[in-house]
Design a protein around this ligand. Sequence first.
Ligand SMILES: Cc1cc2nc3c(=O)[nH]c(=O)nc-3n(C[C@H](O)[C@H](O)[C@H](O)COP(=O)(O)OP(=O)(O)OC[C@H]3O[C@@H](n4cnc5c(N)ncnc54)[C@H](O)[C@@H]3O)c2cc1C
Length: 304
Amino acid sequence: MKEKLALYGDVLENVSLKEYNTFRIGGLCHYMISPFTVLDLQNLLSFLQLQHICYFVLGNGSNVIFSDDFFEGVVIRLNHFDQIEFSGLRVNAEAGVLLPKLASLSIQQSLTGLEWAIGIPGTVGGSVFGNAGAYNSCIFDLLEQVTVLTMQGEIQNLKKDEITYGYRTTYFKENPEYIILKATFLLAAGNKEESQERVHTRQMKRRATQPLEYPNAGSVFRNPSSDNPSGRIIESLGLKGMQVGGAKVSEKHANFIINTGNATSNDVRNLIELVHQRVQDECNIDLVMEQEYVGWDQYEKENK
Ligand SMILES: Cc1cc2nc3c(=O)[nH]c(=O)nc-3n(C[C@H](O)[C@H](O)[C@H](O)COP(=O)(O)OP(=O)(O)OC[C@H]3O[C@@H](n4cnc5c(N)ncnc54)[C@H](O)[C@@H]3O)c2cc1C
C-alpha cells in the first residue's frame, strides 16, 4: 500500500499524530500523505475512494482533539500547498500556508487587514474551514473566493456570497467533503510600521494572557456573546486549575485546557465535559465547543 500511495506524494506509515497537533495528543494513523500538486490530490482521492480507504484532511492541527485510537486510514496534509501570490490589494494563499506567515508577509507588502491573525497557528485551509478570527475580525471579513476540490475530484471556485458562515462556523464545517485548496483575500493599503506596532502589542497581550508555554488547541468553547466570554464564565465558577489526568484548565486563561505532559484524548474530553456540565448546571448556559474532537469511527464506518 505504501508504494501505491507514494505515487501521489510523500508518505509515512504508522505515524504518531501527537507530532501533528498543537495539543500533542492522539494515537497512530496508518498512513500520512502530503501530495505535491492538485493533480496528485485528485488522483489520490479517486484511488482512496476506489479502495474504500477513509481519509482525514489535516491542517496544522491547532483546533483538533485527536482520538487515542489507531486510525485505519490516511491523513492528508497539504503542507506542500504553500504558495502565496500578491497582486495589488489581493493575496492568493494556498491551503497549507500558515496564517502567521501570511499576516507577516502582507504587512511587509504594506497591506493591512490580517494583523489579528499573527498569533493564530493555523493554516489557511483550516482557518477558512472554521472561520478563524480574533479581536472582532475574522477570515471571512477579507475573503473574496475559495477554490475547493469536491469528492468527485472537481475543482470549483466559490465566491464568498455562495458560502454561508458565522462566528467560528462555515458551510464547510457542515459539508466536510470539500477540500479547500486556496483562498483569495482582499486587503487594504496600510502602513507597515503601524501594522507592526499593532501586531507587537497583540502578541505581548497573547503571551501575557494565554498559556502558550503548554501544548493546547486555543479556546475550548465559543463565547456565548462578546460581552460574556466563556473564559470569564468558567473562571467565575472557580474552575481554573481543575484537572483530569494530564489535562488541566489553565490558571492563566480559563477557556484554555493545557496538556501538562502526558494527557490522553480521554483526559481532555472528560475535563471538557465536566466544565460544560458545571456551566450548564450553575449558569444555565450550554457552551458550544470551538475545538473539534476527531474520533475515527465515523470515518471508518463511512467507507465500509
Ligand atoms: C495558542 C492558540 C491560539 C489560538 N487562537 C485562536 C484565535 O485567536 N482565533 C481562532 O479562531 N482560533 C484560534 N486558535 C485555534 C486554531 O489555530 C484555528 O482554529 C485554526 O484556524 C485551525 O487551523 P488548522 O490548520 O490548525 O486546522 P486543523 O486543526 O488542522 O483542522 C481543523 C479542521 O479543519 C479541517 N481542515 C483543515 N484544512 C482543511 C482543508 N484544506 N480543507 C478542508 N478542511 C480542512 C480539518 O479537517 C478539521 O476538521 C488557536 C489555537 C492555538 C493553539
